[in-house]
Design a protein around this ligand. Structure first.
Ligand code: SF4
Ligand code: SF4
Length: 87
């Protein structure tokens, strides 16, 4: 049910089959770089995803969600809330 640390829906990612990628919660490191600060932060805090974190939605997650090129206009924050049953 939970598809990523940040709220992104890996099942909808167009690169998943092409790479192939195991998905955010299964992979050791992202295919797009050496590490993802959101994934790392979440895992260091022992969180399955950002939603239940006491800092949610923190500045880092916000920055990722609203990045002009790679962001999704806050959709992943909304998805985290849905997974939490908050929305
Ligand atoms: S941005 Fe980071 S936390 Fe979000 S799906 Fe990609 S690797 Fe996972
Ligand atoms: S909400 Fe922010 S502080 Fe909490 S786990 Fe996610 S990235 Fe880390």
């Amino acid at each position: 049910m939970i598809e990523s640390r940040c709220g992104l829906l890996c099942s909808r990612c167009k690169f998943r089959e092409q790479i192939p990628c195991a998905g955010c919660t299964e992979m050791k490191k992202p295919f797009w770089g050496d590490s993802c600060p959101v994934k790392d932060c979440c895992e260091k805090r022992g969180q399955v995803y950002c939603g239940p974190c006491s800092e949610f939605p923190c500045a880092l997650l916000h920055q990722f969600a609203y990045d002009p090129e790679q962001g999704d206009n806050g959709e992943r924050i909304v998805q985290c809330k849905k997974w939490c049953g908050k929305e």
